[in-house]
Design a protein around this ligand. Structure first.
Ligand code: UN1
Length: 513
């Protein structure tokens, strides 16, 4: 592995990018603070002061007042101007934000830039949406009556995000919530506070530029406690949380207990089926990016390959060969040739190791990868060769999501068997089939086919566009964010009946008085 950049260099690069995004001053704590680290070297960049309970409360109060005093009554197209300005600033600062994403999440340059592009795209989408928050008008059963639905802002939206898409997922929620008339309190991952401060800085600049109140958005930093305060705060009308299934199982019931709304985007355990008729070159590209891209740290990462037994040996060999080539391109995400950056940290590496051991104990055969590349100058950085493991059956370890680059290979004989394996996991985020057989493709997309929120044909499991609704079923939590009509989750619906006649007929023909 080529030499890694020094932590000092990354710190200065981060500082410069932050300053350009309007964050001149970091609230650094002299000890006892929370480390902002980079997985590139495993080194500490800054020590930041976490938000106290009082800070979280005051962020919610501020956002709540901005909501009720100004924002909910600001016309939606006017609210769209704020998001349009944010989109412009994101374009201007694309490389600054991409640098920060690489530094904090370890993404390679093109993926970091892609993540920022995803933010720009959702801003464009949300600006259009600001003139399209349509309600329906229905035919009333009564003469001289109008029946319709109107949509109204909800209130404060609490946004809790994960390290792996530190900025895109925030933007899906925030761009849409802001045009819907909500205000936002964001708790980013503890592992990615710097990207959050930069986004907040740009949004504050956008607000100043268009004359919108800056209080529409607040950031709180910290770990579990800060998140819990948002979860339990009755003033948070919608809690949108991205993270593990375990986190969702805690958050969901707590928000439900106060009858709040929840939007959950939890773990995936995504599979691609490769049928004998597939275009194998295309399938190989889709599988390599889906399984090894982002070092296996997307919710949409492909974790299982379900390949027909007639083509299993040949296709798996090609995957292993492709992984061999990737092996020469693991390392510093800022280096042009790198395709696989670091794991986020020691814990991720430990889970990967444990999963590989459990898989081996369950009859799995490691075909490639799994070894750590130790960089002598950065003993706390975790670079690994993406792994491929052939499994005799879909054992428990395969049914769990391990947030690391492990691809389990399973084989099938009939398409029904493939579907059964595909759906035979607790999670339901994304799935795909590579086939040239139209019947298989349609069957996969049918009601009895893939049971995920995202189902693709001849495209891998990851890399969704923002225009569609993003999210999954079963243990993935059921939430939908980003495009299509996901905006409805951020608004409340009122059904209105207006009587413009001189009579008062009752519905269902009821008579009274
Ligand atoms: C995530 O991993 O939480 O579809 C989000 C994708 C990206 C978003 C992933 N557009 O892979």
């Amino acid at each position: 592995m080529a030499a890694l950049p020094a932590t000092d260099h990354l710190r200065e690069r981060a500082r410069a990018a932050l300053a350009r995004c309007g964050v001149e001053h970091l609230d650094e704590s002299a000890g006892g603070g929370h480390d902002a680290r980079t997985p590139i070297t495993g080194g500490t960049l800054f020590q930041l002061a976490p938000s106290s309970a009082a800070d979280v409360d005051s962020a919610v109060s501020t956002a709540r007042s901005a909501f009720s005093d100004v924002w909910r009554d600001t016309p939606a197209p006017e609210r769209g101007r704020l998001v349009r300005r944010l989109g412009e600033l994101l374009r201007e600062h694309k490389s600054d934000l991409a640098d920060l994403v690489s530094i904090e999440a370890g993404k390679i340059g093109s993926e970091a830039a892609g993540e920022v592009q995803e933010m720009i795209d959702i801003c464009d989408f949300a600006v259009g949406l600001s003139r399209q928050l349509y309600g329906r008008t229905m035919a009333s059963e009564r003469p001289g009556h109008r029946l319709m639905e109107t949509w109204h802002p909800l209130g404060v939206v609490g946004v809790v995000t994960a390290f792996n898409f530190p900025v895109a997922v925030w933007s899906w929620n925030t761009a849409v919530a802001l045009v819907c008339g909500d205000t936002v309190v964001w708790k980013p991952s503890e592992l990615a506070p710097l990207t959050a401060l930069a986004c907040h800085g740009l949004l504050m600049r956008a607000a100043a530029d268009v004359g919108a109140p800056q209080e529409v958005h607040r950031v709180v930093l910290g770990g579990r406690e800060a998140g819990e305060r948002l979860v339990d705060d009755e003033r948070v009308a919608l809690l949108s949380a991205t993270g593990s299934v375990r986190m969702g199982r805690e958050v969901g019931p707590r928000v439900a207990a106060r009858l709040g709304r929840c939007l959950l985007e939890l773990g995936g355990n995504n599979a691609a089926i490769v049928a004998p008729s597939a275009d194998m070159d295309l399938a190989l590209q889709g599988v390599a990016f889906g399984a090894a891209g982002t070092a296996g740290q997307r919710c949409t990462t492909q974790r299982r390959l379900i390949v027909h037994e007639d083509v299993a040996d040949e296709f798996t060999e090609r995957v292993v060969e492709a992984y061999g080539k990737l092996g020469e391109r693991i390392g510093d995400p800022f280096a042009e040739e790198t395709l696989v950056g670091p794991l986020i940290g020691e814990k991720a590496h430990r889970s990967m190791d444990e999963a590989l051991r459990t898989a081996a104990d369950s009859g799995g055969r490691l075909l490639t990868g799994g070894t750590r590349r130790l960089a002598s100058e950065a003993p706390d950085a975790y670079y690994v060769d993406p792994a491929v493991v052939r499994m005799p059956r879909q054992e428990d370890v395969v049914r769990r999501e391990t947030f690391a680059p492990i691809l389990y290979v399973l084989t099938y004989r009939t398409f029904e068997e493939a579907l059964e394996l595909h759906n035979g996991v607790p999670q339901g985020l994304s799935g795909s089939v590579f086939t040239r057989d139209q019947r298989e493709a349609e069957r996969f997309l049918s009601s009895a086919g893939c049971d995920c929120g995202i189902a693709n044909v001849n495209i891998g499991t990851s890399g969704a566009e923002i225009g569609g609704a993003f999210g999954g079923e079963k243990a993935t939590g059921g939430g939908r964010e980003s495009g299509s009509d996901s905006w409805r989750a951020y608004m409340r619906r009122a059904t209105n009946t207006v009587n413009y006649s001189a009579e008062l007929p009752l519905a269902q023909g009821v008579s009274f008085l």
